[in-house]
Each structure stands twice: as C-alpha cells, then as structure tokens.
Design a protein around this ligand. Structure first.
Ligand code: GLV
Length: 318
C-alpha cells in the first residue's frame, strides 16, 4: 500500500509531482484549524508542512509511530519541534539556498520603500488627496552610500550585501561568527551588535528565530540606533519586540521600519497599523513564482527521499 502523505496547504504543483506514488491528502488552501490538522495527521508516514502549522509533540502523537519525515516548505523551521522529532527518529527537512536571492530582494525592497516613504506616498495618491509636487514633500534619507548593518551574515545576509554594494553602501555585520571570506568579498566590517546599532543607517535582520534571538532587538537596542535609522525585518517576527518598535517609531526615535514578519502572524500590533513610518508586508519574503516552485519541489523531493529510504538533501537534524 502506498504511504500516506499529508500536505498541509495547497502548494505549487512542483511540490506535488515528486509525491505522485504516495497516497496524498492536501488539507486546505488556508491554514488548517488545529483540530482538522491533528485529525488529518492520523497514521501518516510523512507531512509536507508550511510555517503556518505547528508541528509539535501533539501533532507527532496524533500521527503515531508511522511518521518518518517532516518536510517543512521554508528555510526557517521554528514551527517544528525538532527535539521531539529527534527523540522519535523523525527526519526534519527545510528549503535553504533556493530562496536567498528572492528574500534579499524583499529586504532591499522594504529598505527602499521605508526610507523613501513609498507606502505613505501610495496612500496619498490612492486617497485622491495629492495636490501637487512638493519641494519638501515625503522626504526621506538617501539609501545609496549609507551604512548597512546586517545581523546574521549567512546566505541571505550576504545576498543583501551584494545588492547594497550596487548602491555603494558600506557593509557592517554582526553575528555569532566572523565570515572572513565574505568580509573580503563585500569589504564588510564585523562588529558586536551593540556597536553596530549606533553606527549603521540601516539595520536588516537575517537570523533564525531561536531562544537567543527572541527579542534580539528590543527597547534597549532601538534606543542605541540613530534617529534617522531604518530597521528592516524579513527573518521572523519575534526577533523584534514589536511593541518596543511601535513605540520607537511613534516617538520618532528611529526614522522608519520595513517589516515582512510579525510576532503573532497574521496579527499585527495595532499601534503599527496606525503609523505612517512603517511599511507592512504580509510575509512575502520568498514569494516569487520561481522560488516558491523551487521550495515546493525541494520539500516534495526530500519527503519522497526519506520515505524511499534515501538520503534527503536538506535534513536539519542528524
Ligand atoms: C519563510 O519565511 C521561510 O522561512 O522560508
């Protein structure tokens, strides 16, 4: 009998093709209700999940002994309880590399939009209240030639640096380890986060969400940033203390922010929704046609590999 595979959301066709030999259930277009999700887990051999589903001990219990693989269609896997998966010999995979360039595009888009006030401008045009070109209308800081601080200088952080160098920006970075090759490639300078906060004009976050990085940017860090600085977050919402950020933006302690991710998606801190100086995107970091096809295919292929007893390309647990 064909193995049972649960695909938690409707995904690009490229992700279903590798699963043709299995008994596949695609659960829903929207994030499934928890009860529905747990019920559908019963007796499955593999799950292709997305970041909107919590794949925790309760889910693994509901699936039972048969569950062998969790293929998460995202590079981040903070929605998966990897420790519990380890205890049960369940392979967890993710989709690295294929989304680096697209996510860096999103970060740079938010950086430009927040600095040059695109969201505000669009709202003025759409409201019909645009009266005339103005010599002092919607001014913001230049992006080109400024200092960009990158927190987490991995693949996505470096892809952002590549874009920023095209804008003659100076690259500073912080992170757990020094990246000497990348330093040479981008003429980048390594700094402790605290020192970088006070020096950079733009700060972009590219770190996974872990206990250590939860609220990495809070009131104290925002306090150290320049009043003309712009914060960009395309990593995970909880890396930033959202209410501290809303306060800093409301009080003009930093110039603006561009956000793609939030602490309690799809909820957005109500204060942020009222502010003009924040650009709010609905977690679309990797949302290009090409990249989502690649992510879906990668997740599907790794799920199939594990069920066939082969080595998956992107295991996150040993
Ligand atoms: C998206 O947020 C991802 O982690 O792939």
């Amino acid at each position: 009998m064909a193995e049972k595979v649960l695909v938690t959301r409707e995904i690009p066709e490229a992700g279903l093709r590798p699963l043709e030999d299995f008994d596949v259930t695609v659960l829903s277009e929207r994030p499934p209700e928890r009860g529905e999700h747990l019920e559908a887990a019963q007796g499955i051999d593999g799950v292709l999940s997305t970041l909107t589903e919590k794949i925790d001990a309760e889910f693994m219990n509901a699936a039972g002994e048969s569950l062998k693989v969790i293929a998460n269609m995202a590079v981040g896997y903070d929605n998966v309880d990897v420790a519990t998966a380890n205890e049960r010999d369940i392979v967890v995979t993710n989709t690295p590399d294929v989304l680096d360039e697209t996510t860096a595009d999103t970060a740079f888009m938010l950086l430009l939009a927040a600095a040059r006030r695109l969201g505000e401008g669009e709202r003025i045009v759409r409201s019909g209240n645009w009266e005339a070109w103005g010599p002092k209308m919607l001014l913001g800081p230049d992006v080109w030639g400024k200092k960009l601080g990158i927190v987490g200088f991995g693949r996505i952080g470096q892809a952002l640096a590549r874009r920023a160098r095209g804008f003659d920006m100076e690259i500073l970075y912080s992170g757990r380890s020094r990246r000497e090759e990348a330093e040479k490639e981008f003429d980048a300078r390594y700094l402790k986060l605290d020192a970088m906060l006070g020096e950079c004009d733009f700060l972009s976050l590219h770190t996974p969400l872990t206990e250590e990085t939860t609220h990495l940017i809070g009131a104290g860090e925002l306090e150290k940033m320049k009043p003309e600085a712009v914060l960009v977050n395309t990593s995970r919402g909880p890396v930033v203390d959202e209410s501290a950020l809303a306060e800093a933006l409301a009080e003009g302690r930093i110039f603006a922010a561009g956000l793609d991710v939030y602490e309690n998606e799809p909820e957005v801190h109500p204060k942020l929704l009222e502010l003009e100086n924040v650009v709010l995107a609905p977690h679309i970091g990797s949302a290009s046609f090409e990249t989502r096809d690649k992510m879906a295919a990668m997740a599907g292929e790794d799920l199939r590999a594990v069920l066939r007893g082969e080595q998956p390309r992107n295991p996150v647990n040993a």
